[in-house]
Each structure stands twice: as structure tokens, then as C-alpha cells.
Ligand binder design. Structure first.
Ligand SMILES: [Zn+2]
Length: 241
């Protein structure tokens, strides 16, 4: 073997060795779900990543269910590994502010700073930026919509709640969730509520038994043609530009 060829081979070997191993196995590729053809529900988890997010992610993986996480930047900073795992396992991320203030009581530059800090933390944790925004308490107004427009994000609210934070009861959370789950529902839940995470295997199995596909918010809103700054579902008294 010539000296030149062997040194080229040595360089090739180094390149192969230096290629970073993926931190998580890629999620198996599946044909995308079309929510016009099949029944879809989007489960959404706010204020996290919460302390039970790891258990929740295990459950979602076990039942091949996808979810959307509206994250608080302060917890993205303290629990970045969960955020990385969410992305690796095919879930969707949304921006839910940095410290959860009522945006309707804030000046636009404060709103902008909260949103930006969270985008930056998510980028640092998982290498991607959220493309959806859910303002704290689901409250929105024109300045909030303007900030969402600046960041290229629609505002995603919810069609129904699991009322998990109020009941903190496994049976009630399941009963409420099953009662409100309909075609293309966007359901509000929280991964800091232990009882929600405990109820999830049973909720997912029941929804799947009823023929629902558990998908991300983007799958459910795919045909809505939302523009940045638009709100969905449209709140009472609000009209998208
Ligand atoms: Zn919240």
C-alpha cells in the first residue's frame, strides 16, 4: 500500500471515529397520520418539563403516542435532558414563556424577552426552536399576537381541559379527558401533576381503543392554514388577521 493511500485511510478512520454517536435512537419512521382520514387527538402538557416528564415519555413511547409540550424556559434550563428526549422521540415543542407571567399584564418588550429566552434555552437543550406558542393561562391580546408574529408562531390554545391541576385525582382526570376527547381535540394537561402521569397509560389505551391516533398539535392544525400570530382555536371576541 502506498504511503499516500494509507494516510488517506488513516484520515478516513479518524473521521468515522469522530462522527458523534446519536444520543438517542431515532424514532422509527412511520407514514404520517392524516387527521382528515383518521380520528386524531392532540394531548398537550404545559409548564414543563415537569419532574415526572421522564415517566410520561416512557409511557408515550410504550404506546407509540405523540404529544406536544408547551415548555417554560426556566424548567428547560433546569431539565434540559427531558427536552432533548422529547425531540428525539418525535414529540412537538411549544413556547409557554420563561417564568409564566400573565402576558396580558406585561409590556410588549417583557413578552418578547420571555419568549426569546425560552426559544434560546430550547435551542441550547435540543438544537431546535419551538414553532408554536401558548401564552400563560391561555390569555391572548394584540401585543401577544404581535410577538408571536415576530417569532413566526401561531398561538395555540386548547379545545378542552383535563382539569388535572384542579382535581389531582387519577380517576377524575381520566373521566374528564375521555369525556372531552373528540375528533381533533387539543387537550390541556400538565406533566407536573403526578396523577396525570399515573393516569396516562390508561387514558392512552382507552383513546386508542376508541380509534384515536395521538398526534402532535401540528398534525391536528395542518389544514387550518394558520399564520404567525393567529390564535387557534379562535377565542371568543377574537378574529385572526
Ligand atoms: Zn401554564
Amino acid at each position: 500500500m502506498s504511503r499516500q493511500v494509507s494516510s488517506l485511510l488513516a484520515i478516513a478512520a479518524v473521521c468515522v471515529t469522530l462522527a458523534p454517536a446519536p444520543a438517542f435512537a431515532a424514532a422509527p419512521k412511520k407514514a404520517p397520520v392524516d387527521c382528515k382520514q383518521v380520528k386524531c387527538v392532540a394531548l398537550t402538557f404545559d409548564d414543563g418539563p415537569g419532574q415526572y416528564a421522564g415517566t410520561l415519555l416512557d409511557t408515550l413511547k410504550k404506546y407509540n403516542a405523540k404529544a406536544t409540550f408547551f415548555l417554560e424556559g426556566q424548567y428547560v434550563k433546569s431539565r434540559p435532558a427531558f427536552v432533548k428526549r422529547m425531540v428525539a422521540e418525535g414529540h412537538e415543542l411549544g413556547n409557554h414563556s420563561y417564568t409564566h407571567p400573565d402576558f396580558t399584564k406585561k409590556e410588549i418588550w417583557d413578552i418578547r424577552a420571555e419568549v426569546k429566552k425560552t426559544q434560546d434555552e430550547v435551542k441550547k437543550a435540543a438544537g431546535v426552536e419551538p414553532k408554536l406558542m401558548r401564552p400563560p393561562y391561555g390569555l391572548t391580546n394584540l401585543p401577544i399576537s404581535d410577538v408571536a408574529t415576530e417569532f413566526g408562531m401561531p398561538i395555540i390554545l386548547w379545545t378542552a381541559g383535563s382539569e388535572d391541576w384542579a382535581s389531582k385525582n387519577v380517576e377524575k382526570i381520566k373521566k374528564q379527558t375521555m369525556a372531552v376527547a373528540k375528533q381533533d381535540s387539543i387537550i390541556l394537561m400538565h406533566d407536573w401533576v403526578k396523577q396525570t402521569v399515573d393516569a396516562m397509560p390508561s387514558i392512552i389505551q382507552s383513546l386508542q381503543k376508541k380509534g384515536y391516533h395521538l398526534v402532535t398539535v401540528s398534525e391536528v392544525i395542518k389544514h387550518e392554514e394558520l399564520k404567525p400570530g393567529d390564535a387557534f382555536p379562535v377565542p371568543e371576541g377574537w378574529s385572526n388577521k
